[in-house]
Design a protein around this ligand. Structure first.
Ligand code: PLP
Length: 503
């Protein structure tokens, strides 16, 4: 660590690409987790909280805790949730963040460049996602997509009330609703992420305010625009529309194309509603290059410029460490109307600062310099680097989908006839045999060489794969995954050594 800023000493680590070993555990042996748990301090220990040399604690963490963590970022085949990994440069930058412990709260351009770096990172991200920079002047880093959804609903709540002459930020939700003549603020969505309901609870709208308006039972992630129109017209009701751009089970997009976006925008304007897009991982398909096989995905995200606010995750697709999300909205004034620290002159960057102080446009006052790892990878990968990484992830996902569709043992969900080119990084499936299907997730994860999430689809168990690690090697990982899936179906023990040696 003493050589953190010695770039020559770091060079080897920073270049580590395509070196990930074939045998990367996605889960540690269970015995190591038990051993680590047993080694933690207990309040009944005689020496509890009496202190220890730092080196002993570091050894304890290295020997016990590290081996008992799962391989979320280490393995290219950790397909649970959508976790991403950590690019070597991002890990280095994150260590720099900890070393410098910069508090990014007030824009003080003559004291620190940190807020200017944050803004630069956000500019690069806007470019990568092919958004129009001038349209997204309200922007900030958050802790992740959940926090960004909280910001989205908070801004939406503020804006729909402002259109009716009130402010929740100023008068509180109850007072503002009375003043605005609003008896209900509803959140209309389809395939909304669970964090959307959490956000609705946090900002005082309530989980029950989130209403699913699926277009059909077959495609529940698609938004029924006729139903939206009907809901918007209800008297005494103000609405936020949350557009899922990458539904967690299927990866599906709520709107098909820019024509649907235009219709939604027109409806929202007519009824004083706010449109929030949750693009946590799904928005990144915009960074895929222009080859034909990406055309359908590009069509799915075109039109997002018509939203009022956007949620983006950093720690998923950008492959930076945790504690990184982004939020975009059109103006910073709507963020300030919710998040401003009033009457604190010492926190003010002064008028005409250009960049607003982060503490007036986001949840935290003091916070870490979480933009730096994102800044580093955006600068280093650039458009071609991320296009290549995302293309790899897409390729592996689509190859697996074709394998599953053709397999005698598995069914590709939600629909075998759907277009493979609609797939970005999520693949959903189940075993045809009910008994196999019931224990499928446990059997796959028991190999400790592949990790998948269990979910349910139309009332039955299903398996979800999310490919989001920069280490993905399409041919190698396809071979391991399909060997595991065939072995599990045919009741064979999976052997990574055999699989690796037959490469
Ligand atoms: C992951 C995810 C979230 C929540 O993100 P966190 O980073 O875990 O807070 C929200 N929405 C969508 C669509 C997601 O995929």
């Amino acid at each position: 660590m003493s050589d953190l800023f010695d770039i020559n000493a770091q060079a080897l680590r920073l270049q580590q690409r395509n070196h990930s070993p074939q045998k990367s555990h996605t889960l540690p042996p269970l015995a190591l987790i038990h051993a680590a748990s047993a080694a933690l301090p207990k309040s009944s220990d005689p020496g509890f909280l009496s202190g220890q040399p730092a080196a002993d604690v570091a050894r304890h963490i290295t020997e016990h805790i590290v081996p008992a963590l799962c391989g979320q970022s280490q393995s290219s085949r950790y397909f649970g949730f959508v976790t991403g990994g950590v690019l070597p440069l991002a890990e280095w930058a994150d260590n720099v963040v900890s070393r410098m412990d910069q508090n990014v709260q007030v824009h003080l351009p003559e004291q620190s460049v940190s807020t200017i770096v944050e803004n630069s990172a956000l500019e690069m991200l806007i470019g990568l996602l092919r958004l129009e920079s001038s349209q997204w002047q309200g922007r900030t880093f958050t802790t992740g997509a959940t926090a960004s959804n909280v910001l989205g609903l908070a801004c939406g709540r503020e804006a729909v009330l402002a259109k009716r002459g009130a402010s929740a930020g100023e008068q509180g939700l109850l007072g503002a609703c009375v003043k605005a003549g609003v008896s209900e603020i509803q959140v209309l969505t389809s395939g909304g992420h669970s964090s959307l309901s959490k956000a609705a609870s946090v900002v005082g709208l309530g989980r029950a305010s989130v209403k699913e308006l699926p277009r059909s039972a077959a495609q529940p992630w698609k938004l029924d625009l006729d139903a939206v129109e009907k809901e918007l017209s209800r008297p005494g009701t103000a609405s936020i529309i949350a557009v899922s751009m990458g539904e967690v089970n299927t990866g599906g997009y709520a709107l098909d194309d820019v024509d649907e976006w235009k219709r939604l925008r027109e409806l929202a304007d007519r009824h004083g509603a706010w449109i929030h897009a949750d693009g946590a991982f799904g928005i990144f398909c915009a960074a895929l290059d222009d080859r034909d096989e990406h055309r359908l995905l590009h069509r799915r995200v075109k039109g997002i410029d018509l939203a009022d606010s956007i949620t983006i995750d950093g720690h998923k697709m950008l492959n930076v460490p945790y504690d990184c999300g982004m939020f975009f909205t059109r103006t910073s004034s709507i963020l300030e109307s919710v998040f401003v620290n009033p009457n604190a002159a010492y926190l003010s960057a002064g008028p005409n600062a250009g960049i607003p102080s982060p503490l007036n446009v986001g949840l935290e006052n003091s916070r870490r310099f979480r933009a730096l790892p994102a800044y580093a990878v955006l600068l280093s990968e650039g458009r071609p680097g991320f296009a290549r990484l995302f293309h790899n992830m897409t390729q592996l996902s689509r190859k697996l989908a074709v394998f599953l569709r053709e397999s005698p043992y598995y069914d590709l969900l939600p629909d075998e006839s759907s277009d493979i080119e609609d797939i970005f990084i999520i693949v959903l499936f189940r075993a045809k045999d009910k008994k196999l299907n019931d224990g499928l997730v446990a059997k796959i994860n028991a190999t400790r060489q592949l990790y998948v999430s269990g979910t349910s689809w139309k009332g039955e168990k299903a398996v979800r794969v999310a490919v989001s690690n920069w280490k993905v090697d399409v041919e190698r990982d396809f071979k391991v995954v399909t060997t595991i899936l065939n072995d599990v179906a045919e009741g064979r023990e999976f052997d990574i050594e055999k699989c690796a040696s037959s490469q």
